[in-house]
Design a protein around this ligand. Structure first.
Ligand code: IPM
Ligand code: MG
Length: 368
């Protein structure tokens, strides 16, 4: 019997639907070449779901995700919904609840600067002569995003108080540390843990716990950086990093920085995973890290590579289709080597071809 991949497809808002179309085309081409079947269930999410169904995360969408083995996600949010109450907005009403609902605590953001893209980086090319390859392992269901209490109130004085709470349990740090160290073992065996242990109580626990778990991975070289220093070191010497392990908000910030140093936020894929299942595979949600980019939406110019590479991560982690994942990653590298560039990664060197979203997708599909 042929294998069937059950996937909930949530394109969302902004550039989401455009890049998702390309991502799905790539997925379908690979499925045909590798001989597996797809069962794709397209559902509404985010602002699109608010407009059509009155909720950013309709019950049908959650049900579709529950019945699938993976969620392929585009992006949500935009100015049209930015004035709704916070919990009704696409981000807090759909994206964060999906992460929490499915226990997706481990967010992997691989940032690879292709050698041919060193000139697209805002960092001096001599600082990244051979490009680089850094994996950010971001804790995704704890910290300031989810900690309670979280509220806003008007005080007796008339002043307004807003509270977010940064909470980590040791058990949450232990499980994400294992993800980081296991990833390091498959790579260059170097891990940098990022915290703010000179100020924050839960960063002190973070550092202690990572130090403890490190003993189980004696082959991995570990160092600890404060987050401000890490932000600086990334710009100064991105190739000096291998795995970056950090908590939710620090990871949100540093992964954007990393992506930009690698050339563009439009290249940064991500996998959000829960615990491994018995078969070693993961239920996961796969999405570009860059957001809905409302300014680019509808113009056909957005870079689809983050979405395409998210498809590769999905095939790897949720379906164990390593060959198919590699096929996609190689095709993306080849399209870049052959000079195809969307606007965000276009530079002035000779031989480059400025292309739109669909053309970039086709360039990748032709190279599968
Ligand atoms: C990301 C995004 C989200 C986050 C937003 C849209 C809530 O920036 O995935 O990095 O902060 O996690
Ligand atoms: Mg972000």
């Amino acid at each position: 019997m042929e294998k069937i991949l059950k996937i909930a497809v949530l394109a969302g808002d902004g550039i989401g639907p455009e890049v998702m179309d390309v991502g799905v085309n790539v997925l379908e081409s690979v499925a045909e070449k590798c001989g597996f079947n797809l069962q794709l269930d397209h559902q509404l999410v985010g602002g699109a779901a608010i407009d059509a169904a009155g909720s950013p995360l309709p019950a049908n969408t959650v049900k579709s995700c529950e019945q699938a083995d993976a969620i392929l996600f585009g992006s949500v949010g935009g100015p049209k919904w930015a004035n709704l109450p916070p919990n009704d907005q696409p981000e807090r009403g759909a994206l964060l609840p999906l992460r929490k609902r499915f226990g997706l605590f481990a967010n992997l953001r691989p940032s690879v600067c292709h050698q041919a893209l060193t000139h697209a980086s805002p960092v001096r090319p001599d600082l990244i002569p051979n490009g680089f390859d850094v994996l950010c392992v971001r804790e995704l269901t704890g910290g300031l995003y989810f900690g309670e209490p979280k509220f806003r109130k008007v005080e007796e004085s008339g002043d307004i108080l807003a509270v977010d709470t940064m909470v980590y349990r040791k058990s949450e740090i232990v499980r994400i540390a294992h993800v980081g160290f296991k990833a390091a073992m498959t790579r260059d065996k170097r891990l940098t843990s990022v915290d703010k242990a000179n100020v924050l109580e839960n960063s002190i626990l973070w550092r202690e716990t990572v130090t403890e778990i490190a003993k189980e991975y004696p082959e991995v070289t570990v160092d600890h950086l404060y987050v401000d220093n890490a932000a600086m070191q990334l710009i100064r010497n991105a190739p000096g990093f291998d795995v970056l392990l950090t908590e939710n908000l620090f990871g949100d910030i540093l992964s954007d920085e990393m992506a930009m140093i690698a050339g563009s936020l439009g290249m940064l894929a991500s996998a959000s995973l829960g615990e491994a299942k018995g078969d070693g595979l993961y239920f996961g949600m796969y999405e570009p890290s860059g957001g809905s980019a409302p300014d680019l939406a509808g113009k056909g110019v957005a870079n689809p590579i983050a979405q395409i590479l998210s498809v590769a991560l999905m095939l790897r982690f949720s379906f164990g289709e390593e060959d198919a994942a590699k096929m996609i990653e190689n095709a993306v590298n080849q399209a870049i080597s052959d000079g195809f560039r969307t606007g965000d990664i276009m530079t002035s060197e000779d031989g480059l071809k400025l292309v739109g979203t669909v053309e970039m997708g086709n360039a990748v599909i032709e190279r599968l």
